[in-house]
Design a protein around this ligand. Structure first.
Ligand code: DQA
Length: 146
């Protein structure tokens, strides 16, 4: 199967960005582990980070023509703002899992609404980088069965 991990704005700063909230693991490390996990699960995984909404939208649209079977997305701040990125995911109709490093429900009120959760296959928040690995396990299981 073909899988895609999308990371939204400021996640390129992981490791140094508010480590008390987001941890000390950097994005390259997270991606490296996920690629290893995907490979041993017999899947092909691409990872993409952008600070730009339009770049993420274009990557989602491209996923459709690339034949991607599943997406893991941490929309970061776009979680709480982006109807456009939500619409892109709805348009391509590729199953996706929403991941957040922090528990957005235990933080500021403006983080407690997501434009993605109601159309996501599943949502994981508050488990740090492990959340991505759990999401990947779920996608690997699902795509194996299809
Ligand atoms: C985040 C939570 C968002 O509220 C925040 O804007 C982020 C990261 C998380 O992974 O915990 O940038 O998505």
């Amino acid at each position: 199967s073909r899988l895609l991990v999308l990371h939204g704005p400021n996640l390129n700063l992981l490791g140094t960005r508010e480590p008390g909230i987001y941890g000390e693991t950097d994005l390259d490390e997270i991606d490296r582990r996920l690629i290893l996990q995907a490979t041993s699960g017999g899947a092909e995984l691409a990872c993409f980070q952008s600070n730009a909404e339009h770049a993420l939208i274009e990557r989602v649209q491209q996923a459709s023509s690339d034949g991607v079977d599943g997406i893991i997305i941490n929309p970061a701040a776009f979680t709480h703002t982006s109807v456009a990125l939500r619409d892109a995911l709805a348009a391509v109709a590729i199953p996706f899992i929403e991941v957040h490093l922090s528990n957005i429900h235990a933080r500021e009120p403006f983080r407690q609404h997501s434009y993605f959760s109601d159309i996501a296959r599943g949502v994981i928040a508050g488990l740090g980088p492990l959340g991505y690995e759990l999401a990947l396990s779920a996608l690997l299981e699902n795509t194996e069965r299809n």
